[in-house]
Ligand binder design. Structure first.
Ligand code: NAI
Length: 276
């Protein structure tokens, strides 16, 4: 019960990583306010939470809506913890094809939203004498080949923003950290492809099978894996942790695939085969 008496805001909490985190924080005693575009998903979560999770429709690309979300949590009794997590794939265009508007839209969704989440939450958390903010980045912030260019650039921005904000907000006793998920089985992929209903379920099953083989840990990443790291960073157990990130990727970024996958020949295997 690390969050007994605490109040938290989770953006993107109607689905996937945000949903699992809202449930985890609530299980550990927090009162949680979820902000999301998905009204049906957000309301369904709130209805099954015994009153511990409330929902407010929020579009994180709209500054006034983020401000209203934080203010609503504050008005209900104060704000201690914020998880800036809402997101989607954004533009999938390469850098030599993307339009200025698509670039701006992707940055607004994935980077500006986090900056403004921090901006509007910080004064309210400061009033409580301090607290914690966690932001969702991605392995795509740390290398290419994991996600589209605009998305990956925004997620790299989230990592640096996390450091800058941790420095700015230390004087208010607010810690700011990021979680860096690897390949986690959520609806983000099927949403990007616009899939619905049975086709979505089918595609999600294929994605889960692929995810199980994408990294050294031989199973698919789950939203709960990320929720556990977020709960740690947001809790007093992480009281001496700020301005950094936790990589939760099943080892995806350890190194080349050949280093851990026996099916993939490494450089020396290839040389040996060539010289035989
Ligand atoms: P998801 O699709 O299950 O959940 C994302 C939630 O964000 C949805 O409920 C969606 O309605 C909401 N959302 C989208 N745009 C919004 C907006 N403008 N305003 C408010 N809410 C909005 O996806 P998932 O995977 O749980 O994504 C959560 C975060 O994790 C995102 O920031 C994503 O980029 C990040 N991430 C996910 C990874 C994965 O493999 N699933 C890997 C690395 C990062």
């Amino acid at each position: 019960m690390r969050f007994q008496g605490k109040r938290a805001v989770v953006t993107g909490g109607a689905s996937g990583i945000g949903r699992a985190t809202a449930l985890r924080l609530a299980e550990e005693g927090a009162e949680v306010l979820v902000g999301d575009l998905d009204v049906a998903g957000g309301q369904a979560l709130a209805e099954t939470s015994n009153g511990r999770i409330r929902f407010q429709r929020t579009d994180v690309t709209q500054a006034a809506e983020i401000e209203a979300l934080m203010a609503a949590a504050d008005a209900a009794g104060g704000l201690d913890v914020v998880f800036n997590n809402a997101g989607a794939a954004g533009s999938r265009d390469k850098i030599d094809e993307i339009s200025p508007d698509d670039w701006d839209r992707t940055m607004a969704l994935l980077l500006r939203s986090v900056a403004l989440g921090i901006r509007y939450a910080a004064p309210l958390i400061a009033k409580r004498g301090g607290g914690a903010i966690v932001n969702t980045s991605s392995v795509s912030a740390l290398g290419s080949g994991y996600a589209p260019t605009a998305y990956s650039t925004a997620k790299a921005g989230v990592l640096h923003l996390t450091k800058m904000a941790a420095a700015d907000l230390a004087r208010h006793k607010i810690r700011v950290n990021a979680v860096v998920p690897g390949f986690i089985t959520t609806n983000i992929f099927t949403s990007a492809l616009g899939l619905e209903g049975a086709v979505r379920d089918q595609a999600n099953a294929m994605i889960a099978a692929t995810a199980a083989k994408a990294q050294p840990v031989q199973r698919a990443g789950r939203p709960e894996d990320i929720a556990a790291a977020v709960a740690f960073l947001a809790s007093e157990e992480a009281a001496f942790v700020t301005g950094t990130h936790i990589l939760v990727d099943g080892g995806m970024l350890i190194g080349t695939r050949a280093s851990w996958d026996e099916q993939v020949p490494g450089l020396f295997d290839a040389l040996q085969a060539a010289s035989a």
